[in-house]
Every structure is written in C-alpha cells, then in structure tokens.
Design a protein around this ligand. Structure first.
Ligand SMILES: [Zn+2]
Length: 497
C-alpha cells in the first residue's frame, strides 16, 4: 500500500539514524483542540458506519471499536524532518488497526486529506481483526468482482497518461538514486585516496627519521607505496572522469526526459556502479600502508630520541675536570632529557579505526540506505492492487474529485457510483452520502459549475436541495474525547531498553 510508504520510512529512519541527535523543532503542532476538530470533521463527513467503528474515546487505554487513531511522537517527526522525510500523510496499519495521523501544522492538509483513503483500507482490512467488509450483515461485491471492477477502471484510456507519467517518475527516481549512490562512492574513495596522499606527505615531512628505519622496512614501504599507486592511478582517473559525467547528467535527468533515455541512463549508471563496487577492495591496502608507516615512523622517532639522549650523556661525561657540572645544573639537564623522552602521539588511532570501519561493510550499508529511499511510485503496486484502487475511488468520492486522473485521485463515472452503492450494512449503503453528493456534483458540472465550487458547496454539506429534491446528509456522530495518543514506535522502545 503506497500510503504505507510513510510507515516504512519511519522504520527506516529510526533504524538507520537511531543514534542521531534530536533535531531542532521544525514546526509547532496545531493545538490539540483545533486538530481534534479537523479530524472529527473529516470522519463525520462519512456515513454512520464510522460510529463505533472508529474509536472516539481516548480517555482510557482500552481499545474499543476497530480503528484507533494515533499521533506520531514529536521526536519522530523532528527526526524524520531532519533527514528530509517530509511526505507526511495518514497511514492505516492493519497489524494493529491504528490509523496514524501525524499532527504537523505545515502538513495538516495532506494528513487530513488522506483520511478518506485510509478509511477504505480499514474497511477492507483482512489481517487479524478483519474489517467491516467481512462483517456479518454486510452485503457487498465479492473479491473477484472488486478485482474485475478496479482492473477495468485503470485500463480505461484516461489512465494511459498517468501510467506514462508514473513510469517516467519511477524511472527518473531510480536513476537519481543511482546517481546519488555513485556520488557517495566517489566521495568515499576520494577521501581514502586523500589519506594515502597525506601519508606520503607525512613521510616527506619526516625525512630526517629515514636513517632510523631499517633497510628491510624501507624496501617494504617503497614496495607497498608503488603497489597502491599502481592500483589507484587508473581508479582515480576513472573517478574524476565519472564525476564529471555524473555532474553533467544529473543536471539533465528529470521526469520530462523520455522513458527510453532514462532507461539508457540507468543502464549507464548501473555499469559505473558495478565498476565502483570493485574499488571497495582498494581501500584496505591504503589503511594497511598508513598503519605501517605511522608505526614505523613512530618507532623511528623513539630511536632518534634515544640516540640524542645517549649523545648528550656522553658529551656530559666527556667534559674536562674543571668544567664538570654542579649538582643543580645536572638536575636541570636531567629535566631536559626527561622532557625529550616523552612519547608524542604521532597518529590518531581513532582516525584509523573510523576509516577501517567505514570500509568494511560501512560502505555497503550506506549504499543500501540510499537505495531504500528511492522508488516511491511503484506503478504496479498502485494500479495493479484492487485495495489501492478502491482506496483512491473512495477518496475521490468523498473529496468530490472531478479533475483529471492523477496518482491519488480519479474522476468517477455513474457506473463507479453504482458499484459503490452495493456496499451495504444491514441493507443501508455505507457510501450513501458520498454517492448522492457525487451524483449531484456530476449534474452541477453539466450546468457549468466549477469543480472547486462544487466541492466547496457539497463536501461538508449536511443538507442540499437540487432539482426539486431535498437531500439529507447528517454528520456522523463522532466526537473525540481525550487526547489522540502517540503511536509507540518499536525501534524507539528498543532504544530505551
Ligand atoms: Zn493506500
């Protein structure tokens, strides 16, 4: 379910960034009262089946009814925002029958707008405690009919444009995902190579220590350096060249690009990515080299000091009788010698550990994370899934949508409305208000009223007179008591323990 992308992202974000610092607060939540009233209005818009089906009493912890509203913890919202996850909508979780409605004033319209969609998911929910669709006393089209109906709907010509658009959006997102993976790899490798260069600079800066390094070690060092150099030279050229091409392509990738070009670009990126993956092995010799050098030069430095101290002692002993030092002077010299003997830290062990860690597995982990965030469109998951198509149909019904086919909303035909009329509880159509309003909407449209005006007139209307007929659309009895509780996020719990 595409709307569940949010829930998946929460899991991802918390899993990946569980050690992250809490972010500075992005937005203030709407006041609880205003938020509750907005949520209530969206739910009251539906027919009376919502009464008792959606829990309204949050003054105790007992879960009554089928659907329980929850909020997203502030900490989670901030954390997600910090990492650029801003696609907040509602999300129904069939595992626990919670309807997650993140209370974010900036995004409240999107969250409220998703309620109609998510309510369908709660009706059609076949997991655990099954939804209204499976209730005794509920008469409705059987699953095969729903599948055939939704299939027919999305195969109509008006969906062609959407398919094309979504395919391109999906592909361009995939390509961008590859592009950012490649950017990360290039950056990592360049940093590793910098470490190699830094090590060589360290050697030239400490030329005077060379005599204290054995010929054997010196040969090994030179050999390793040449080897690393030989392996990295072509890699570095390739990285620079790839980076140039990447920057150039990145500027041109967008959803407007024809699908064939996008696919071609992705293939090109896939090859680069495969090449770059093999470079992961190149990091290890650099780290080994750096470790050896720092250890060798560290001990060379020690040897140099020992020699200096020895020489100083010898010089002192050689002083002629008349120039021998006083006790006080001797003490001062001892102090100087002692200070020379202090081991100065010449390298930072942490730096090495960090770099090694990054290389062993760390890099592949980074890559996986980057890929997880791409591919949010998934055309087949939406148009090939009767549950998602139905959710969009019900959403379009209650949103009185008369526009073009889009990813989340479709215009409805009379045939669609007849189909919706077949969902009945004790022979009362559960979508009565929606269907009647939409039918009136179709007529008003014919008379030349704009879609926006129709929606404004009908969406929350409780009665209406049209064409000599009086419509009665009473609000469902739904009033939230107490405070919508915060959703318990699993990884957060684990973090506390
Ligand atoms: Zn959905």
């Amino acid at each position: 379910m595409a709307r569940k992308v949010l829930a998946a992202l929460i899991g991802n974000v918390l899993g990946i960034f569980s050690a992250a610092q809490p972010a500075t607060q992005l937005t203030q939540p709407t006041t609880q009262l205003v938020w509750k009233q907005q949520v209530e209005r969206e739910i009251r818009k539906h027919d009376s089946w919502v009464e008792g089906y959606i829990e309204n009493d949050y003054t105790n912890k007992i879960e009554e009814g089928h659907v329980h509203l929850t909020n997203l913890p502030r900490k989670t919202i901030d954390l997600m925002a910090k990492f650029g996850v801003l696609g907040f909508t509602g999300a129904f979780n069939p595992e626990n029958d919670h309807l997650l409605l993140p209370d974010i004033s900036e995004k409240s319209d999107e969250v409220l707008d998703s309620i109609d969609h998510e309510l369908w998911h709660s009706i059609f929910d076949s997991k655990g405690k099954r939804g209204l669709y499976y209730d005794e006393g509920f008469s409705r089209p059987i699953l095969e009919e729903i599948v055939a109906f939704t299939k027919r709907k999305v195969e109509s010509p008006e969906f062609e444009k959407l398919r094309d658009l979504m395919k391109r959006a999906e592909e361009s997102e995939r390509v961008m995902g590859f592009a950012s993976n490649i950017s990360v790899l290039i950056k990592e490798y360049t940093e590793q190579y910098q470490l190699f260069k830094k090590t060589n600079e360290y050697i030239s800066e400490n030329e005077e220590l060379k005599p204290y390094i054995s010929k054997e070690s010196q040969r090994k060092i030179d050999f390793t350096r040449e080897n690393v150099d030989k392996q990295w030279k072509p890699a570095i050229d390739y990285l620079l060249d790839t980076n140039r091409k990447l920057q150039d392509l990145k500027g041109r990738i967008n959803e407007e690009m024809p699908l064939a070009n996008l696919v071609e670009t992705r293939k090109f990126f896939t090859d680069i990515y495969k090449n770059l993956e093999t470079y992961e092995k190149l990091g290890e010799p650099i780290m080994q080299y750096r470790k050896t050098i720092l250890a060798e030069y560290h001990s060379a430095e020690r040897k140099e000091r020992e020699e200096m101290i020895k020489k100083l002692q010898e010089d002192l002993d050689k002083l002629p009788e008349g120039e021998k030092l006083s006790d006080e002077e001797k003490e001062q010299i001892q102090e100087i010698i002692k200070s020379l003997d202090i081991d100065l830290p010449v390298f930072d062990a942490e730096e090495i550990n960090f770099s090694l860690q990054r290389m062993t597995g760390g890099l592949s982990r980074t890559m996986r994370n980057v890929t997880t965030f791409s591919n949010t469109y998934k055309i087949d998951e939406i148009l090939g899934n009767e549950d998602e198509v139905m959710a969009r149909i019900v959403d379009s019904l209650y949103s009185l949508y008369f526009g073009e086919v889009t990813q989340n909303k479709f215009p409805l035909s009379r045939a669609d409305l007849n189909f919706l009329d077949r969902f009945r509880m004790n022979d009362v159509p559960i979508f009565r208000k929606g269907v009647e309003k939409y039918l009136v909407g179709i007529e008003l449209m014919k008379q030349g009223m704009s879609a926006k005006e129709i929606r404004g007139k009908l969406e929350y209307a409780t009665s209406f007179t049209f064409d000599g007929r009086e419509y009665s659309w009473p609000e469902a009895n739904f009033r939230i008591q107490g405070t919508i509780p915060e959703e318990k996020i699993k990884s957060e719990e684990a973090q506390k323990n």
